[in-house]
Design a protein around this ligand. Structure first.
Ligand code: PGA
Length: 258
């Protein structure tokens, strides 16, 4: 990470885990464990249903509460969906967009991801845009090309000014929930590639201000090594964010350059 130019962000992705009561219990436990004076931004993204409960339970802890998805339309007949201004009205800042599980199970495409990114930015949210290759794609040797395509299409129509509010999360699909982490070198190579791409599409100043996170089996043991890489500015953490002690250790690992 490089705190000189950009924020370090430790983001949890709770996916479809924890009831409201379990959320309150988590908050009570992590409250006493949170390190003092951390400079990283810490956010827990969770099902929209539990956001208000979590905000109340985490008040005063420095842990913000984010969302896991949103719709690209401002409002309308979209049963079951959540609009950007429903999130901002609650004081939410971060929303995950285009997680590979959303792409796989809910037919999110590069095109709908782009619409969501633009809708999030228009509403004043910070999208955490997820990109990443499958194992088959990595083995075919098309990771760089695929990532370039995903990043460029997600950011189509996004200005350099807006880019300052975008966070990108590189999440190799083969590393998500599998216990198989990308090596720090593999993750750095891709994250550096993404920044180079941003430099070409925008300019050096815009590119160096974007926080690029790594996600995929990040845990208390491997976080420090990944976060020490110059182009990895934080983590998007699934499983390990569900356990207060584990999540706190990752937050601790992010203070290495404090
Ligand atoms: P994991 O999930 O940390 O459990 O691998 C990461 C993610 O899907 O964002």
């Amino acid at each position: 990470m490089n705190r000189h130019y950009r924020k370090t962000i430790i983001a949890g992705n709770w996916k479809m885990h924890k009831t409201a009561s379990e959320t309150v219990a988590f908050a009570a436990e992590i409250r006493g464990k949170m390190p003092e004076n951390i400079r990283s931004e810490v956010v827990l993204c969770m099902p929209a249903l539990n956001i208000t409960t979590a905000q109340k339970a985490l008040k005063g802890t420095r842990i913000a509460v984010g969302a896991e998805t949103m719709h690209y339309e401002e409002k309308g007949a979209f049963t079951g969906e959540v609009a950007a201004n429903m999130l901002t009205d609650l004081g939410v800042k971060y929303v995950i967009i285009g997680h590979s599980e959303r792409r796989q199970y809910y037919n999110e495409t590069d095109q709908s991801v782009n619409r969501k990114v633009r809708a999030a930015l228009n509403a004043g949210l910070v999208p955490i845009v997820c990109v990443g290759e499958s194992l088959a794609q990595r083995e075919m040797g098309v990771t760089a090309e695929l990532l370039a395509y995903q990043v460029m299409s997600a950011l189509s129509g996004v200005s350099a000014r807006e880019l300052r509010r975008v966070v990108i999360a590189y999440e190799p699909i083969w590393a998500i929930g599998t216990g198989k982490t990308a090596t720090a070198e593999q993750a750095q190579e891709v994250c550096e590639g993404i920044r180079t791409l941003l430099r070409k599409k925008y300019d050096a100043r815009a590119a160096r201000a974007v926080s690029i996170l790594y996600g995929g089996s990040m845990n208390a043991r491997n976080a420090a090594e990944l976060l020490a890489m110059p182009d990895i500015d934080g983590g998007l953490i699934g499983g390990a964010s569900l356990v207060p002690g584990d999540f706190v250790q990752i937050i601790e690992a992010s203070r290495q350059e404090d």
